[in-house]
Design a protein around this ligand. Structure first.
Ligand code: PHE
Length: 355
């Protein structure tokens, strides 16, 4: 048999089927025709389908497509004949495995079978971490605020006591933007704009608009042109904390960070404070936790430098405070046992679905 013969036998069958189904007048007649054309064993469609076997492989796709079209058309003719004569034959619904209607043809629906479960999305592990951190810090009385990711040099550097010649302002260490203002990508220009390199900017913004006492956190993205490797990525998230009041001490800073670490990482976590330097805190510390046999730095902290308090119009003789900045990815990675930061941002759902 050739493809042409195969096709024309299907056309002939369809013509005959449409004609006879158009004339059928009762259930019994319809059932007879249904068996004649679509019967599973000796129906005419079945017989023609068997002939497909001898066609060459190049002809088969076209033949299969044609076959499906005709089969669907025959079924449609059966359905409309059934509707015309008010037959129940094609609407047989099987309930609980028992045929509610004995004659079956056409698509069967079993409403007791489980459906196809839609795949649910979920929050990214970093978003989950941010929610957890806000919740823990909320219990310690810190309320969350936000600041812009595109910053000016006043908030990212100057008000934070980072002078013009400080290496932290180097264009090679920052993403300056060549947009607004003539000299905006010149790091010394007053209107220079950059992607913020730290969330400490939000300390300044909060103090500029509110009077002490102040107890805030701010969570968000920061940007540094770092080469991506297992522990670095050019974009990451920080949680900034700031507490200003009439007599806030270093002991309170250590207690807050220790309580935070045990709440988030578990009661068995070991953390340590190392002396360090940041232009905007004095004294300053670096905070590490112990994981996988090594110390992992998770942030910096210290007592807010009097110059910073002066920059926002506070009186350093009257108020004091502490600030800290923690890396969100490192906390998230330790919590979920993730060892490569890049996995968090590859957007591979097979990875992200696990959290
Ligand atoms: N902003 C610092 C950093 O990104 C961290 C820090 C915040 C240190 C607040 C001290 C106080 O490294």
């Amino acid at each position: 048999m050739s493809l042409a013969e195969f096709t024309s036998s299907l056309d002939t069958l369809l013509l005959a089927a449409e004609k006879s189904l158009g004339l059928v007048a009762d259930d019994a007649g319809l059932e007879e025709l249904r068996v004649l054309y679509t019967g599973a064993k000796n129906g005419q469609l079945k017989t023609i389908q068997k002939g497909m076997g001898v066609l060459s492989p190049v002809e088969k796709p076209a033949a299969g497509k044609k076959f499906n079209e005709v089969r669907d058309a025959v079924q449609a003719a059966i359905d409309s004949a059934a509707a015309r004569i008010g037959s129940s034959a094609t609407t047989g619904v099987t309930i609980g495995g028992t045929a509610a209607v004995s004659k079956k043809s056409g698509p069967q629906v079993d409403p007791t079978l489980p459906g196809l479960r839609p795949r649910l999305g979920r929050l990214h592990p970093i978003t989950q971490t941010i929610e957890d951190l806000k919740e823990i810090m909320g219990r310690l009385g810190f309320s969350a605020t936000e600041g812009p990711e595109i910053e000016d040099t006043w908030h990212n550097f100057v008000a934070l006591n980072i002078p013009e010649d400080h290496p932290a302002r180097d264009p090679l260490d920052n993403f300056y933007l060549a947009t607004a203002g003539k000299n905006s990508s010149d790091p010394t220009a007053l209107d220079a704009k950059l992607l913020r390199s730290q969330t400490s900017t939000v300390q300044i913004r909060a103090m500029e608009t509110q009077q002490p006492p102040l107890r805030i956190i701010s969570l968000g993205r920061v940007y540094r042109p770092d080469e991506a490797d297992m522990t670095h990525f050019p974009m990451f998230h920080q949680m900034e904390g700031l507490w200003i009041d009439i007599s806030v001490t270093m002991a309170q800073l250590k207690s807050v960070l220790r309580m935070f670490a045990t709440s988030y990482l578990g009661g068995d976590v070991t953390i340590r404070f190392r002396p360090s330097f940041f232009p905007f805190t004095e004294p300053s510390v670096e905070v590490d936790y112990f994981w996988n046999d090594q110390w992992v730095e998770f942030g910096g902290a210290g007592m807010v430098d009097p110059n910073v308090l002066k920059a926002v119009g506070y009186d350093p003789e009257k108020v004091s405070g502490f600030a800290f900045g923690l890396g969100v990815e490192r906390l998230c990675m330790r919590r979920y046992g993730i060892t490569d930061i890049r996995d968090l941002f590859r957007s591979d759902v097979r990875f992200l679905r696990q959290f």
